[in-house]
Design a protein around this ligand. Structure first.
Ligand code: FPP
Length: 246
């Protein structure tokens, strides 16, 4: 695929969100519009992910969380699930070295149980290789669901003998897959859908939400910049009121 020429973007006047989370939606529609099989859309989506990771490093975003595969996605046709697993394996083989060179630290959110052992091994190798990097934390939500994450956390807390009076939001957060990381400031969903789809349902309680009609393979560096410009125009209130309106 031809590389788009990168326009200089003015980042100096923008406050960067520390943590950006993305629901990468619309690969299938992108392919259908071109008369291609859905798998071609997922391949284009994987290619785009590479561009967005680069842009996050350039923009000095500190944490990027991507929704790669949900607990519900196993219900897709077997051929599509297989094609997605092949893409994940290939991306891990081909991109881990480059991610490491860029200073990206890969984290996994979700449950690897039941995933093909070879793929599990590739994930573990990527986590191990990149563990000391600090430029960008890349959380890959894979076999992830927000409700399953909460159940997992509660089970762990019960197993640890946490008493009801000890429980608070900070302690609860420390049992989630995102422990130690700030909550997302900005949640982007491509392809015009207006749902949260079981993604970071605890962590995104006060995130700014940015739906965009762009299909994921078309959501590039400039579109990410536009999302950040929009984020800068938001007034974050966390349930409070501003001085003027009180
Ligand atoms: C949603 O598009 C996308 C997915 C379910 C898979 C996301 C996977 C990628 C972007 C591939 C690259 C990811 C990694 C981690 C290498 P959709 O199929 O739901 O699109 P549709 O709604 O148009 O059918």
């Amino acid at each position: 695929m031809a590389r788009r020429r990168e326009e200089p973007l003015d980042l100096s006047s923008l406050e960067m969100p520390v943590h950006v989370a993305i629901i990468m939606d619309g690969n299938g529609r992108w392919a259908r519009k071109r008369g291609l099989p859905r798998q071609a859309g997922h391949r284009a989506g994987a290619e785009n992910l590479r561009r967005i990771i680069r842009a996050c490093v350039e923009f000095n975003i500190k944490v990027l969380t991507i929704y790669a595969f949900s607990t519900e996605n196993w219900g897709r046709p077997k051929s599509e699930v297989q094609a997605l697993m092949k893409i994940f394996a290939r991306v891990l083989d081909q991109e881990t070295g480059e991610l490491n060179a860029q200073g990206v630290c890969v984290h996994h959110l979700g449950d690897l149980t039941g995933v093909d052992p070879k793929l599990q091994e590739k994930v573990r190798r990527a986590l191990e290789l990149t563990r000391d990097n600090t430029r960008l934390i890349l959380n890959v939500a894979f076999n992830y669901g927000g409700r399953a994450e909460i159940i997992h956390a509660v089970r762990q807390m019960l197993a640890d003998g946490i008493q009801p009076e000890e429980l608070n939001e900070g302690l609860f957060s420390s049992y989630l897959f995102t422990k130690g990381l700030p909550d997302p400031d900005l949640v982007i969903r491509t392809s015009g859908e207006l749902r949260i789809s079981n993604f970071l349902i605890w962590q995104a309680a006060y995130s700014e939400y940015y739906p965009t009609p762009a299909l994921w393979p078309d959501f590039g560096r400039e579109e990410l910049y536009e999302a950040i410009v929009a984020f800068n125009q938001r007034e974050r209130r966390y349930g409070l009121v501003t001085e003027e309106s009180s």
